[in-house]
Ligand binder design. Sequence first.
Ligand code: PLP
Length: 449
Amino acid sequence: MNSFDFSFLEEGFTARDILEQKINEVSLSDDKEAFYVADLGDIVKKHIRWLKALPRVTPFYAVKCNDGKAIVKTIANLGAGFDCASKAEVKIIQNIGVQPERIIYANPCKQISEIKYAASCGVEKMTFDSEGELMKVAKNHPNAKLVLRIAADDSKAVCKLSMKFGATLKTSRLLLERAKELNIDVIGVSFHVGSGSRDPQTFVQAISDARCVFDMGAELGFNMHLLDIGGGFPGSKNSMLKFEEVTSVINPALDKYFPASSGVQIIAEPGRYYVASAFKLAVNIIAKKVTLTEQMGYDDEDDASKKTLMYYVNDGIHGSFNLISRSKMEMCIVRKKKSKSDERLYSSSIWGPTCDGQDCIIEQCDLPELHVGDWILFENMGAYTMVASSAFNGFQRPTLYYVMSRAHWKFMPTLQEHGIIPEVPELSDVHVSCVAKNRIELNSIACVV
Ligand SMILES: *Cc1c(COP(=O)(O)O)cnc(C)c1O
């Protein structure tokens, strides 16, 4: 069965409507599990935006960011390649029919069995940043086409990577010399500026460093022809930088250091860019505590006692909130009761369901008073969420509902550049499990913490 398990969004409906419908469906029952609604059409939109903003750069989606089957199938259909970093990720991608040429094994430190596995299934492009790795590859995968990962200045990124990965320029020369002795092919250079980068200039510096390494390679007789500019592209509207702010800096740098005439193929490894904004998560308030703190000596008599509220919800840091930055969450509240416009806000905290005292999603935010059974929606929950969740304390991952509009669905196959994906389901094959019919009105307020 070639089915993608998703539902079509009828015209005029959004993923948010489906989410509200799901909430409505369970409003009278006690079965209020946390769930996701993911809009695959949002990924299609992101891809189109990528092609426009970075016409010279082929995306190789970083699977670790979100390895949902519908996600990787959608991205494969769009013609992108994949950045895999483990045997299991290579399997996921090969199982959906992607050819090994469209995979880069972008992990500079691999277990020998993984290098052998890559060799056995034809994955040749792999990154390295040390002499030890060169020797392992020379022995276990002599046909590999290696990509030298260089360190990028990630001092301005939220998630830094250069302590762990990447060779300096000086080491790069030594590694290229060693590769020559070992008779291994080095076809290019990669870097990663770090996730949540705040300064697009880091891309410029890294691209110029890559140029130096290409020149060293040429001196040593390598025919380097692949530049991999890594990940770190913003994935949601409220990121510190807009995607186009980053690409408008990258494009001139590429044209300067790697003009089209150089014949160098340019790829990137976007993760969060493709999936962050496609997912919304709805969690339910399962318990609530109110603390009253006496305030002495204030002139405002109405405020004599201050209320602090604690909400316990059914997903937390051992689940979807494990890896993501919880400092800038975007939330909406869906409540049973109507809100008044002059509503009071209370200092509140939001906790996960486990018995771990650290399981706190938001330590402090101002919210109107909520009740057990109300829902809190978190936006931009597609990147590093589901993939990092555990079943600690017996709490399972939220259910996932995928949706896509027909317009986006039709758009996908026409975007195929490589034409290799065999599993393009016929429309009749597609499982339609929920279609929104009636719009429902829920009381929601947006609140950025
Ligand atoms: C995690 C990772 C990515 C994706 O990073 P994003 O910030 O999500 O774009 C790309 N390449 C490598 C090597 C990675 O480790």
